[in-house]
Design a protein around this ligand. Structure first.
Ligand SMILES: [Fe+2]
Ligand SMILES: [Fe+2]
Length: 320
C-alpha cells in the first residue's frame, strides 16, 4: 500500500537506535498525506442498502470458515446452515461492538494527546486525522451491529469502568498508551487480514474489513514509529515498567477480542468441551501469540525483551 521513503528505510535499519525527530517528522508527514489521499466515510463509501449487502442475502457467507477455531469443530460443522450463519453473524457483530468500544477509549486518549501538542508539531494533524477515521469506523461498526438485529451487549461493566483510566495514560505515560493502541489494533488487524485472504466473504463484511485494514495500517504505523522515537529516551525505570506491564496488557486485550462471546455460548448451548477444544487448545494459544507477534518483535527491537521479561511474555502465554 505504501512506499517507504529513504529516511524510513534508514530508520528501520538502525536497529535499537531511536528514530530521530526529523525522521519521525518525515514519517508523520507521509502519513498525513496518505490520510488525505486514501480515506473512507461510513455513509458515503459503503452501499448499505444495496441488495447484495443485506445480511439476509447470501447469509451462508456469514458461516465461520474451516480454519476458524470454532468453525472447524465437529460440533459447529454438524449444526444446520441457519445456525452456522447465525453464530457467524453474532460473532462478527460482537467483534464490531468490542471494536467500537475500544475506539471510543482510543479517541479520548488521542484527544488528550493532541491537546498538548505544540504549534508546528506534525503529530497534531496526524492525530486529528486518526480521530476522524476512528469516528467513521465506529459509525460503520455500530451500523453493522444494528443491522444484525442482535442484542449485543459489548464489554462487561467492570471492564467498561476500568477503561476510563486508559485515556489518562496519553498524558502521564504516552508510550504505554500507544502500546495499548497497538494491543487493540494489531490483533484485530491480524484477524481481518487472515479473513481477507479467504475467497468467500459476505460482501458487506468484506467492504468493512477492507476499509478498516487500509486505514488501520496508518494507525499502527504511527504507534510503532512513535514508540521507536520515544522509548529509547525513556529513563530506565519507565522502560522497565513498560516492559513489565506490556505482556499482561496484551494478553488481556487479545483475550478480550479473540475469545468467544459468553452470550453466544449460552444462546447456542455450545458444549463446554467444544469451547475448551476450540479456545483452550495449543492452536488457540498459538493464534493469540501470533496475533501480537509484531508487537513482540518491536519490543525485541527496542531492547525491552530481556531474559527476565521473556519469562513474563511466557507467563502471559505470548511466547511460544
Ligand atoms: Fe478503527
Ligand atoms: Fe485505529
Amino acid at each position: 500500500v505504501t512506499t517507504m521513503t529513504t529516511t524510513e528505510k534508514g530508520a528501520r535499519t538502525g536497529k535499537g537506535r531511536p528514530l530521530s525527530p526529523s525522521d519521525f517528522a518525515a514519517i508523520v508527514g507521509r502519513l498525513n498525506r496518505q490520510s488525505v489521499e486514501k480515506r473512507f466515510e461510513a455513509y458515503r463509501d459503503i452501499d448499505w442498502d444495496a441488495p447484495e449487502m443485506s445480511l439476509e442475502h447470501n447469509s451462508h457467507l456469514l458461516e465461520l470458515p474451516e480454519d476458524d477455531l470454532l468453525g472447524r469443530t465437529e460440533w459447529y460443522r454438524s449444526q444446520p446452515p441457519e445456525v452456522r450463519a447465525a453464530i457467524g453473524l453474532e460473532r462478527l457483530a460482537t467483534a464490531a461492538k468490542t471494536g467500537l468500544e475500544f475506539e471510543n477509549v482510543l479517541m479520548r486518549g488521542l484527544l488528550l494527546f493532541a491537546y498538548h501538542r505544540g504549534n508546528g508539531d506534525p503529530s497534531f494533524r496526524y492525530i486529528m486525522h486518526e480521530i476522524s477515521e476512528e469516528c467513521q469506523h465506529s459509525m460503520m461498526f455500530q451500523e453493522l451491529v444494528d443491522r444484525s438485529g442482535l442484542p449485543i451487549k459489548g464489554l462487561p461493566l467492570p471492564i467498561k469502568l476500568l477503561s476510563h483510566l486508559v485515556p489518562l495514560n496519553a498524558l502521564i505515560f504516552p508510550e504505554l498508551f500507544f502500546v495499548f493502541v497497538l494491543g487493540g489494533e494489531d490483533p484485530i488487524d491480524y484477524v481481518q487480514r487472515r479473513a481477507l485472504r479467504r475467497q468467500h466473504n459476505h460482501p458487506l463484511i468484506e467492504r468493512i474489513m477492507r476499509i478498516h485494514t487500509m486505514e488501520e495500517a496508518r494507525h499502527i504505523s504511527f504507534a510503532r514509529h512513535y514508540l521507536k522515537h520515544r522509548v529509547p529516551h525513556l529513563p530506565r525505570w519507565r522502560r522497565l515498567r513498560l516492559a513489565i506491564i506490556t505482556p499482561f496488557l496484551l494478553s488481556a486485550m487479545a483475550q478480550l477480542m479473540l475469545s468467544p462471546p459468553r452470550a453466544l455460548i449460552k444462546r447456542y448451548g455450545i458444549p463446554r468441551n467444544v469451547v475448551r477444544q476450540a479456545y483452550k487448545s495449543p492452536e488457540a494459544r498459538a493464534y493469540v501469540a501470533e496475533s501480537v507477534s509484531k508487537i513482540r518483535a518491536l519490543f525485541e527491537e527496542l531492547g525491552l525483551i530481556t531474559p527476565f521479561t521473556r519469562l513474563l511474555w511466557r507467563a502471559a502465554g505470548l511466547y511460544q
